[in-house]
Design a protein around this ligand. Structure first.
Ligand SMILES: *Cc1c(COP(=O)(O)O)cnc(C)c1O
Length: 384
C-alpha cells in the first residue's frame, strides 16, 4: 500500500537520536532549547516552547490567551478534532465558521458575517484558531484586521504548514497572530515521533506557556512569593501539566530542521506533477495563490460529483483496492457524535459537509517516487 503520508528518516537523523541516548540527558537537557532556537531562527519568531504534541501546544496557547469558562472559541469544521478540542479543555464554548469552497480554509467572508451577528448577540469569540489546511495559509492579514475590530485573539494552527510562506514571509513569524502552533507527528512535514511547538513574539505568553508546560513550577526567584529556601527550591505558582518534549525527540526534530526546505520543495514538485497529470480529470485541485506558498502537508482532490459516474465511496474503495492508501481529511468536526451531543447538527456547515462528501487525500510525502505517483494517477484516471 502506498500511504497518503509518511516520515523521511536519514542516517543523520538516526545518529542525532543515538547521540542523545549516549549523553547525560534524555529529557530536560540542552537539545530541547537548541531545537526551539532553530525553529525561532527559521520562522523569525522570538520565542518557542517545544511540547509533547501539537494538541498540547494548542492547549497551552489557549490557556496563555486566558481562554476560560464563559468564553467563545471559533475555528473551522474541516480540521483534525484537536483544533476544536483545545477550546473545550479550557471550558470555553466552541463554534465553527464554514469553509471557503475554493481554498477549503475558513471562509473570511463567512467569518465577517458571523462576527457582525455575534456582536449583535453579544457572544463574540475570545480566541479564533485559523487552520492552514493542507499547508495553505489562511487570509491572515484580513483575519488580523477583523481581530482588531472585534477584539479577539488569534492562534494559527500551522500543524500542516511549517515551511510554508505567507506574503513572502515564513509561516510562524506571528505577524498576524498571537501564537502559532506546529505538530511533529510522523505524517507531518518534519517529525519528532510525537511532538509539537508553540511560537510567539510575546514574552508574557511565552513565559506562561513555559510555566504550564511543566506543572506550573518555576525556579525563577522573581516569580516566587518569597526568597528561595535554598538551591533545591522551586515553587508551583499555577496549575500546569507535564507536556514536556524529550531530548530524544528534540534531537530528531533538530536534525529534521536541516531538511525542512528540501522536504517542502519536494512536496511542491510532487504537487506540480499531480497538477499537470490530473488537469483533464473531473477533479477540483488544490487552490494556489501568489501570496501563499503552501507547506503541502496534504494533497487533497475533490471529485466533481456531477461529472463522475461512480460514487465517492466506490472510487475511494477502488483506490484502496489498488494499493493506494488514500484517506479523507477531515470528517467535519461538528458531525462527530461528541459534538452532536453539544447541539451541533448535520447541515450546520454545508460547505464543510459537501467538501467531505467529495474529498480524497492522495499520497503526498517527500519520498514518494515518480513511479508511485504515476501508479496513483493511472488508477484515478481509470476510475474516472
Ligand atoms: C496533527 C494536527 C493536530 C494535532 O497534532 P498532534 O501532534 O497529533 O497532537 C492539530 N491540528 C491539525 C490541523 C493537525 O493536522
Amino acid at each position: 500500500m502506498i500511504p497518503y503520508g509518511r516520515q523521511s528518516i536519514s542516517e543523520d537523523d538516526i545518529q542525532a537520536v543515538v547521540d542523545v541516548l549516549r549523553s547525560d540527558f534524555l529529557t530536560q537537557g540542552p537539545i530541547v532549547p537548541k531545537f526551539e532556537k532553530k525553529v525561532c531562527d527559521y520562522t523569525t519568531a522570538k520565542y518557542a516552547i517545544a511540547v509533547n504534541s501539537g494538541t498540547s501546544a494548542l492547549h497551552l496557547a489557549c490557556l496563555a490567551l486566558g481562554l476560560t469558562k464563559g468564553d467563545w472559541f471559533w475555528t473551522t469544521p474541516v480540521s483534525f478534532v484537536a483544533s476544536a478540542n483545545c477550546g473545550l479543555y479550557c471550558g470555553a464554548q466552541v463554534d465553527f465558521v464554514d469553509i471557503d469552497p475554493l481554498t477549503w480554509n475558513m471562509s473570511t467572508e463567512k467569518l465577517k458575517e458571523k462576527l457582525v451577528q455575534a456582536k449583535h448577540e453579544d457572544r463574540l469569540p475570545k480566541v479564533l484558531v485559523a487552520v492552514h489546511f493542507c499547508g495553505l495559509p489562511c487570509d491572515m492579514e484580513e483575519i488580523y484586521v477583523l481581530s482588531q475590530e472585534y477584539g479577539f485573539r488569534i492562534i494559527e494552527d500551522a500543524c500542516h504548514a511549517i515551511g510554508g510562506r505567507y506574503q513572502d514571509e515564513p509561516v510562524g513569524n506571528c505577524r498576524y497572530s498571537d501564537i502559532t502552533v506546529f505538530s511533529f507527528h510522523p505524517v507531518k512535514t518534519i517529525t519528532t515521533g510525537e511532538g509539537g511547538m508553540a511560537i510567539t513574539n510575546d514574552k508574557k505568553l511565552a513565559e506562561k506557556m513555559e510555566l504550564l508546560r511543566s506543572h506550573g513550577i518555576t525556579r525563577n526567584p522573581n516569580l516566587m512569593t518569597h526568597v528561595p529556601d535554598g538551591p533545591w527550591y522551586y515553587q508551583q505558582i499555577d496549575l500546569g501539566f507535564n507536556y514536556r518534549m524529550t531530548d530524544i525527540q528534540a534531537a530528531l526534530g533538530n536534525s529534521q530542521m536541516y531538511r525542512l526546505d528540501d522536504f517542502v520543495s519536494k512536496r511542491h514538485k510532487i504537487a506540480e506533477r499531480y497538477r499537470k497529470m490530473l488537469a483533464d480529470l473531473p477533479l477540483h485541485l488544490p487552490h494556489s495563490s501568489t501570496s501563499k506558498y503552501s507547506g503541502f502537508h496534504l494533497y487533497v482532490v475533490r471529485l466533481l460529483s456531477e461529472k463522475v459516474t461512480g460514487t465517492h465511496r466506490e472510487i475511494f474503495d477502488a483506490l484502496r483496492g489498488k494499493g493506494i492508501g488514500v484517506n479523507s481529511h477531515y470528517i467535519p468536526i461538528h458531525t462527530q457524535p461528541f459534538y452532536q451531543k453539544m447541539g451541533f447538527r448535520c447541515g450546520d456547515f454545508p460547505q464543510a459537509e459537501s467538501y467531505y462528501a467529495e474529498t480524497i487525500s492522495l499520497p503526498m510525502y517527500p519520498d514518494l517516487t515518480k513511479d508511485m505517483q504515476e501508479k496513483v494517477v493511472d488508477a484515478l484516471r481509470e476510475l474516472l
